[in-house]
Write a protein that binds this ligand. Structure first.
Ligand code: SF4
Length: 247
């Protein structure tokens, strides 16, 4: 990992955790904290994945392809808030095209709310952000989307439509995504901010329906709690974060 020295994944996690903590400490009162933290996470992902994936086969993924976008997407609080901010900021422009992303999220959330990954996958529903095969929130898509990268577009389609087994995905993308996402969660936890992983549709729906959601999150409350991914054991995660930081 690109940490200044190549000391491996754990050192990368610790360095990145420290960088996120520093950003939160310096910028907590800034109205742009959500944007800055997300940009830091996305830049770190992009920079490190390009190093880790060097020499690997070319990916089939590209902007404009949404072949795999039937998966349940998880996101941290700042990532969900960022997408909600983007939906609000782009609402007038998309309205001119007859697209209402907030409506789409509300409708989709009504169908997917509370479903675990297995039941969600069985529905094979497309992400509400897909339009003509493209992601309408591509620039602000969460780490979970960025980290799911395939070598075979046909296999993606087959997996998404139930005609095949899982598509062959890039291991470096999965690993870097996990490290960046967990370093961010660990930093949020240390800052006393809600740090769980949330189901994306529900978390965005909450952020869009509650204008004080970001303020509540910054105060240490968890306005997204009902969207929290139940399969993730927060205590185990916290213990793992602490063990890595102490190593
Ligand atoms: S947010 Fe974009 S990249 Fe992620 S699942 Fe939805 S359409 Fe696909």
């Amino acid at each position: 990992m690109a940490t200044g020295e190549d000391n491996g994944p754990l050192e990368f996690f610790k360095a990145l955790h420290g960088a996120f903590v520093a950003t939160i400490r310096a910028r907590r009162a800034a109205p742009t904290l959500v944007r800055e933290l997300s940009a830091q996470a996305f830049d770190s992902f992009d920079g490190n994945v390009s190093i880790q994936a060097e020499g690997m086969p070319a990916l089939a993924c590209h902007e404009g392809c949404a072949a795999c976008c039937t998966l349940r997407v998880v996101a941290s609080a700042p990532e969900a808030l960022l997408v909600a901010q983007y939906i609000i900021a782009t609402r007038p422009a998309y309205a001119k095209l007859g697209v209402d992303l907030a409506r789409r999220i509300a409708d989709e959330d009504a169908v997917t709310r509370g479903l675990d990954e297995k039941r969600r996958m069985a529905l094979r529903r497309r992400c509400p952000f897909i339009e003509n095969g493209s992601c309408l929130v591509y620039n602000v898509r969460p780490l979970a989307c960025r980290g799911h990268a395939s070598y075979d577009k046909r296999a993606c389609f087959d997996a998404a439509t139930g005609r095949g087994v899982d598509a062959k995905v890039s291991e470096p993308h999965l690993v870097v995504r996990s490290l960046v996402q967990n370093a961010l969660l660990s930093a949020l936890r240390d800052a006393g901010l809600a740090w769980r992983l949330y189901e994306l549709n529900r978390a965005i729906a909450i952020a869009l329906s509650d204008p004080d959601a970001e303020k509540a999150w910054l105060s240490g409350a968890d306005p997204f709690l009902e969207a929290a991914i139940a399969e993730v054991n927060a205590q185990d995660m916290a213990a793992t974060f602490d063990a890595i930081k102490a190593s």
